[in-house]
Design a protein around this ligand. Structure first.
Ligand code: ATP
Ligand code: MG
Length: 215
């Protein structure tokens, strides 16, 4: 998937009658990165989910092109990574099995042992590869979410609250993933942490109209 471009036109989202954001227009081209910032409730997670195609906008549209041609939702899903607090792992399977299952779902074939092993080593979970995820600490689960997201070098990587539950070593792993991703593909990162936002080349700040609006 070469020359991937994400474009957003006139995007708005409301829940019931509460407006979260409106009139968003921007684009991000690979290689590149965008930080989405704003206070609690500003709409960062809502926007990330809409960009990833797992939630719908109230108005406007999100389009992807690669090599100048439209990319459909299925093709995008296979080439996308997503790390967020609200995404769940398969708790009753081991770390290794989680990667094997995900690879199978995404591409129809189980990834090679080498690919799974390399990915687990990148997030420093190799020693715990055969342990059930249910017994993992929250930081270990966050590391495994990264392994799931980077397993097949995604064309676009979405990170919502990228360093949640991570220690200093874990944050260093995230910084490496972030650097690699924006060198090759697109990185979209939602955060209210200024130093995390500064990892990205571009930024969109959500002012939280929905909560600040006064009649
Ligand atoms: N499923 C939903 N139903 C109703 N309202 C929702 C829903 N999801 C989000 N909202 C509302 O949309 C607004 C934006 O929420 P969102 O989770 O996108 O904010 P955020 O910027 O990610 O905040 P945080 O920094 O706390 O993660 C909030 O007012 C929230 O209550
Ligand atoms: Mg959020």
């Amino acid at each position: 998937m070469n020359d991937l471009i994400l474009s957003v036109h006139g995007l708005a989202r409301s829940f019931n009658r509460r407006l979260v954001f409106k009139d968003l227009d921007f684009s991000v081209a690979a290689p590149g990165s965008l930080a989405i910032t704003g206070k609690n409730g500003a709409g960062k997670s809502t926007l990330v989910k809409i960009l990833a195609g797992i939630a719908s906008p109230t108005k406007g549209r999100v389009t992807y092109t690669a090599d100048g041609k439209a990319v459909d939702a299925d093709a995008l899903r296979e080439r996308m990574g997503f790390v967020a607090p609200y995404l769940n792992l398969y708790e009753e399977f081991t770390a290794w099995e989680n990667l094997a299952i995900l690879g199978r779902i995404r591409t129809g074939t189980v990834p090679s042992a080498e690919q799974i092993g390399d990915t687990l080593r990148r997030v420093d979970l190799w020693q715990r590869r055969d342990d059930l995820v249910a017994g993992f600490s929250s930081g270990m689960k966050q590391r495994l979410k990264y392994a799931m997201a980077i397993l097949d070098a995604p064309a676009i990587l979405f990170l919502d609250e990228p360093t949640a539950n991570l220690d200093a070593d874990g944050i260093a792993i995230v910084e490496t993933v972030v650097r690699d991703q924006q060198r090759h593909g697109i990185l979209i990162l939602a955060t209210n942490d200024e130093s995390e936002a500064s990892w990205c080349r571009e930024r969109i700040h959500l002012a939280g109209r929905g909560t600040d609006a006064r009649p």
